[in-house]
Write a protein that binds this ligand. Structure first.
Ligand code: SF4
Length: 240
């Protein structure tokens, strides 16, 4: 199976780059990085925001975009939500200055409760960090049943790219994000056209290079169609 992630100029629905990949999320996400690097070199385009669906909303992808100063207009992939009605991580407030979460009852959840003199034992900011409330505080808490009914104390994990995920969550509350999601629908129409009218739902060439060529030709045809609409040919006057 092959897929064709593409970068599209949403102002004119023109495809600015396309990259054939295997139809798995990691490959598709990797191709976005390749295309962003390529369109910067080839077209001098450095987008200020990237609009995409939740397949691109993983922590590492968001971290990469935010690190490159590109605003992620992407729904965050978040598996921290709970289905049993107890409080999820979003109910806890992050306190970056003290490297701790504050629970709805105002108690801190810390990663470390000691002051390490050895700097190698301090938080590295890499990987997943675990934060925990004090056992005796949770045991006496009136909200324990809403928070951690089956555990002695509440624990929360924080991913390495949580700051970038928060940037994406904050963007998702803006009016610009609503506009971006409307623009994304426009892009989906474009893909529907590629699949149905240009018959790209099924590839004729099988190898990765062949698939890439097919995607490239289809994108070129689509762009020519679009450009013909934007710049219609001058009417030829008929000779009498
Ligand atoms: S159970 Fe513990 S972490 Fe949860 S609200 Fe109460 S004190 Fe806070």
């Amino acid at each position: 199976m092959k897929d064709a992630p593409a970068r599209i100029d949403t102002d004119h629905s023109v495809i600015v780059d396309v990259e054939g990949t295997r139809s798995i999320r990691q490959a598709e996400v990797g191709s976005v990085r390749t295309m962003l690097d390529r369109i910067k070199v080839q077209h001098g385009i450095d987008p200020e925001r990237l609009i995409a669906d939740s397949a691109y909303g993983s922590g590492p992808m968001l971290g990469w975009l935010v690190g490159r100063d590109i605003k992620p207009h992407i729904p965050v992939l978040d598996k921290a939500g709970r289905t049993d009605g107890t409080w999820s991580r979003t109910d806890f407030e992050w306190d970056p200055e003290n490297n701790q979460y504050i629970c709805p009852e105002g108690e801190p959840l810390k990663q470390f409760r000691r002051n390490y003199s050895d700097p190698n034992r301090k938080p590295t900011g890499k990987g997943v960090a675990k934060y925990q409330a004090l056992k005796h505080t949770c045991q006496a808490c009136p909200s324990k049943m809403k928070c951690c009914p089956k555990a002695d104390a509440r624990k929360i994990t924080r991913e390495e790219h949580e700051d970038a995920r928060q940037v994406a969550r904050d963007i998702a509350k803006t009016k610009q994000y609503v506009i971006s999601m409307r623009l994304r629908k426009k892009v989906e129409m474009l893909f529907a056209h590629l699949k149905r009218i240009l018959r790209l739902g099924r590839l004729r060439l099988r190898c990765p290079c062949g698939a890439n060529d097919e995607f490239l030709l289809a994108a070129t045809a689509q762009n020519l169609r679009k450009l013909a609409k934007i710049f219609p040919a001058p009417q030829q006057s008929r000779k009498a």
